[in-house]
Design a protein around this ligand. Sequence first.
Ligand SMILES: Cc1cc2nc3c(=O)[nH]c(=O)nc-3n(C[C@H](O)[C@H](O)[C@H](O)COP(=O)(O)O)c2cc1C
Length: 224
Amino acid sequence: MRFILGLLLMIWLPLSVNGQEANQKMAETTKEKSSYKIGIIIGSTRPNKIGGQVAEWVSQQVQKTPNLQFTLVDLEKWNLPLFNEPGMPLNGPQTYTHAHTKKWSQEIASYDGYIFVTPQYNCGYPASLKNAIDYLYVEWKEKPAIIVSYGFQNGGEKAATQLKQVLDCFNMKLTSTMPAIGLAPQMLNEKKKLKNTAEDFKPYQEMLLKSIQEFMDIFLSNEK
Ligand SMILES: Cc1cc2nc3c(=O)[nH]c(=O)nc-3n(C[C@H](O)[C@H](O)[C@H](O)COP(=O)(O)O)c2cc1C
């Protein structure tokens, strides 16, 4: 018996040391990698919007992704006026004249990538989001992004398709997976708010995590 125990210990000890080394190596590699700031942009500014709940759900699903830090950016709180800069944002932030533009520019420039959370309004994405996008140019340019849409018709995929066209204009690096969350009347309570995103959005979790994996791959290939 003592002999068998001794034999098992002899086999287990080196394996365990190797395991610890591997874990330590993995931790070091993760530490070495850059960390990225991601803005989750809530595209709807409707006072009774569900966009905030959709974005919260997205944030909860992705927040454990290593090396990514997420911040919600609520366009309703930004309360940007209809685009009112005299110049073209393409010419750079030095041409911005309004305090709200400069502040919005600093906010967006502070992120390395974005998750756009957009509803579908009349077969497109909301004017509030287009307005917020049009204020800036270099701040968006060539950055990685995911589009998450929601709507009663095909998860708002028409909004996502239109938004993609616009983001392509900035050469943004979009994930090929664009999660489209299908809404149904029974998901809403009497105040027209979502009742149970944890349960009702479960079918979209896998798609979202796939898009996050692609997002990470874009950051990693940019590092090379
Ligand atoms: C102006 C407007 C237009 C809409 N158009 C569509 C539409 O084309 N397709 C769709 O599936 N839902 C449409 N809806 C329903 C929205 O998907 C739904 O109201 C959703 O809650 C809107 O997102 P929000 O609450 O974050 O603003 C529309 C809603 C509004 C307010």
